[in-house]
Design a protein around this ligand. Structure first.
Ligand code: HMG
Ligand code: MG
Length: 310
C-alpha cells in the first residue's frame, strides 16, 4: 500500500488549495528533445485523472522560439478532456490569441516580466512594450469570454540584474492585473527566492491592495526552496499554487532555470498539513514516474522517488 503523510493541521492555513499543474507546458518546454504528441496527450489525460482541476497544456508562441511546443494545435485536437477541468494555454500576442480562438480555448495566460533583461530575452520587448503587446490580447480574450491569467517572471531575482526590487514587482504586477487578468501568478523563474522574501513580497502586494485571492505562486526548485516558499505563501493566505508533475521543467530563456516545484512533493506537504487538494497521491506519483521514464532520466521529485516501486 502507498504510504501517505500523517495529517496534522496548522491553524491559520487554508482548508483547500488549488494546484495549478504546469507540467505539460513549463515541464516540456525546456526538454532537449521534442516529446511525442501521444506522450503529451497521455500526460494531460493522466493529470486530469489524478484529480487536478487545472492542467496548463501548451503555448501558442512562436514555434521557432519554443519548438518543443510547436504541436500546440495538434495537442489540443487530440488530447482527452475531462468535464470540469480547465486546460489553459500560454498566449503572448494577438497572433497567439487567433490560434487559441480557432481551437475553442477557454483559458489563456499572458506572461510578463518584472525585469527588463528577461522581458527582452523572453518576449523580444521591454517591460512596457510587452504590456502594450498584452493589452489587446486580454481585452479581445475577455470579450470572447475567456479567462485570462497573468504570470509575472523574475519576481525575486534575475540572473542578469540581481535581486528584483519588491516595489518594481508590485508595480508591474498591478499593471498586468489592471489589464483584466483574474489572477496573477508570481514566478520565481530561477528559484532564487527564500521564505522571508516571499512573505515580504506578499505583504507589499497586500499593502498595495492586491490580496492573496488575486495571487498565485509559481516556484522553481533550483535551490531547494520551493516547498518552504510555498509554506510562507500559504501563511499569507495564498490558495493557488503552481507545480509540475515529477518536478520537470524550466524556462529556456532564463539561465539556470530548473524544474518547477514537483506536484507530488506539494501534495505530500499539503495533505500532511490537512489541506485538501482533490489530487490522488498514488495516481500523481505514478504519473511523475511515468513521465520521467518517457524523458529517459529520473526526475527530481523526492516524493516520486520515495514512493515509486524499486
Ligand atoms: P517576435 O519575434 O518579436 O515576434 O517574438 P513578431 O511579433 O515580431 O513576429 C515575428 C514573426 O513571428 C511573424 O512571422 C509572426 O507571424 C510570428 P513572419 O511574418 O516573420 O513570418 N509570430 C507567431 N507565430 C506563431 N504564434 C505566435 C506568433 N507571434 C509571432 N504567437 C514572441 C515575440 C512573443 C512571439 C516571441 O518572443 C515568443 O514566442 N516568445 C515565447 C517565449 C516563451 O514561450 N517562453 C517560455 C514561457 S515563459 C516562462 O516559462 C515563465 C513562466 O513559467 C513563469 C516563471 O517561471 O517565471 C510562465
Ligand atoms: Mg515557470
Amino acid at each position: 500500500m502507498m504510504r501517505e503523510p500523517y495529517p496534522v493541521s496548522v491553524p491559520g492555513l487554508p482548508e483547500r488549495v488549488t494546484i495549478y499543474e504546469v507540467g505539460p507546458r513549463d515541464g516540456l518546454q525546456n526538454e532537449p528533445s521534442v516529446v511525442p504528441l501521444e506522450v503529451k496527450a497521455e500526460l494531460v489525460g493522466r493529470l486530469a485523472d489524478a484529480g487536478l482541476s487545472v492542467v496548463e497544456t501548451t503555448s501558442f508562441v512562436h514555434p521557432k522560439w519554443v519548438p518543443q511546443l510547436a504541436d500546440a494545435e495538434e495537442l489540443l485536437t487530440v488530447m482527452p478532456r475531462k468535464p470540469g477541468v480547465r486546460y489553459p494555454v500560454l498566449v503572448p500576442n494577438e497572433r497567439g490569441l487567433e490560434r487559441a480562438l480557432r481551437l475553442g480555448v477557454t483559458d489563456i495566460a499572458i506572461f510578463g516580466s518584472a525585469t527588463e533583461t528577461f522581458a527582452q530575452r523572453n518576449l523580444n520587448r521591454s517591460v512596457a512594450g510587452s504590456i502594450r503587446m498584452f493589452a489587446p490580447v486580454v481585452s479581445a480574450a475577455s470579450q470572447a469570454g475567456m479567462r485570462v491569467r497573468g504570470y509575472l517572471s523574475m519576481c525575486f531575482g534575475d540572473p542578469w540584474e540581481g535581486p528584483t526590487p519588491i516595489e518594481r514587482v508590485v508595480e508591474v504586477g498591478r499593471e498586468l492585473l489592471a489589464l483584466g487578468c483574474y489572477e496573477l501568478s508570481l514566478g520565481d523563474t530561477t528559484g532564487v527566492g527564500t521564505p522571508g522574501h516571499v512573505s515580504a513580497l506578499l505583504a507589499a502586494f497586500a499593502d498595495a491592495e492586491v490580496g492573496p485571492d488575486r495571487l498565485a505562486v509559481h516556484f522553481h526548485d533550483t535551490y531547494g526552496q520551493a516547498l518552504a516558499n510555498t509554506l510562507a505563501a500559504l501563511q499569507a493566505g495564498i490558495t493557488v499554487v503552481d507545480a509540475s508533475t515529477g518536478g520537470i521543467g524550466g524556462c529556456p530563456f532564463a539561465e539556470s532555470a530548473t524544474g518547477n516545484l514537483a506536484t507530488e512533493d506539494l501534495v505530500w506537504m499539503l495533505h500532511g498539513l490537512g489541506i485538501e487538494t482533490g489530487v490522488d497521491l498514488a495516481s500523481i506519483v505514478r504519473t511523475g514516474g511515468w513521465i520521467a521514464e518517457r524523458l529517459g532520466r529520473p526526475g527530481p521529485s523526492r516524493v516520486v522517488s520515495a514512493l515509486s516501486e524499486k
